[in-house]
Design a protein around this ligand. Sequence first.
Ligand code: CTP
Ligand code: MG
Length: 385
Amino acid sequence: MVSCILLAAGSGKRMKRKQNKVYLRIANKSLMQWCLLHMQEVKSVAEIIVVVAKGEEEKARREIDALDLTVPVTIVLGGATRQESVSNGLDAVTVKDIVLVHDSARPMAEADVFERVIEATRENEAVVPAIPVVDTIKVAQEGVVEQTLPRSVLWRVQTPQGFNYDLLVKAHEKAVKNIFVGTDDASLVEYMGKPVHLVEGDTKNVKITTPEDLVLARHYLGAEPMRIGFGYDIHRLVTDRPCILGGVSFEYELGLDGHSDADVVAHALMDALLGAAGLRDIGYYFPPTDPAYEGADSMALLASVKNLLREQGYEPYNVDITVIAEMPKVNPRIDEMKEKLVSVLGIDSRNISIKATTNEGLGAVGRREGIAAHAVVTIQEREEI
Ligand code: CTP
Ligand code: MG
């Protein structure tokens, strides 16, 4: 039987995100979750040991619990280096037969790679999945080439790597004793003078290291493309009402009539966001018959809409709004409106456009009987938890 050690105790510095890259989401699952799901498909896997960074135990537990796995999962704390993390994982192994070590940073390793490694590890005690090198590899010092290596003997090695349990434990003991540090687990076995065998890896099994790698991962893991939404709203202009547009209060003799603060800009925007996520309209979530929404601040409603999207696994990306009003003059206050939207939606101000036009005196809006707004938005899958 097989025990899998899943490494997640790094910090993902090269990814340059706020959090450890293994918790980034692609197609609604974190890199760690993708790895767990692929492992679970492999029949001979009897246990999974997830090695996590200090302070991330709870987060890892939530990720695991959300999956309803049938294989038992144990969480252990990692160390300062990858090698130490593997060693901590080994200490927690209870199924001491074949052990696989896999990086959470490789969410595209599917069950077939795992099966190939396991199969080969039954015959040979140390096995790594590998793919041929396609570039010419040169050795250089201070910018000058010293040697060109023969490409036919070069291999790019991936994880999962498979070992006989006792062999890997001995390899780690020897490495600790001699202060040997390897960049993968097989190199510790090589250091013992034992053979390491290759099996066919998978070119899709890329290690997610820098932001560019996420583009590939999104493609391979089937992330959704951008989604587009459209929204429209119009409110009557009446006396004795405030005139609030995009969360900004305008000095004007007339104001917008409505149950809430009647902010047409916010309402068009909310409908666009809901539409992009495939949800219902604002009237459905904030019924005008509900006294709770009487005089409601539409910026607060917009924040609720953002949360609704969040629950569906989406976040706003860009917003394009057109306000149609004869009066008041909207242009001088567009920056203030944008600031409001930036603070509520948490998107970059470069991704918000608010434009204003009159209706050239035509129709109801032209007669100053009301103000209308149109909004088009794009939303994307949420990357951070
Ligand atoms: N890893 C680990 N413990 C460490 C360092 C790394 O468990 N002390 C894990 C990472 O979580 C990752 C795998 O080893 O899944 C491969 O390492 P790498 O891709 O280098 O990830 P990070 O170390 O997190 O990234 P970076 O080097 O950019 O900081
Ligand atoms: Mg690292």
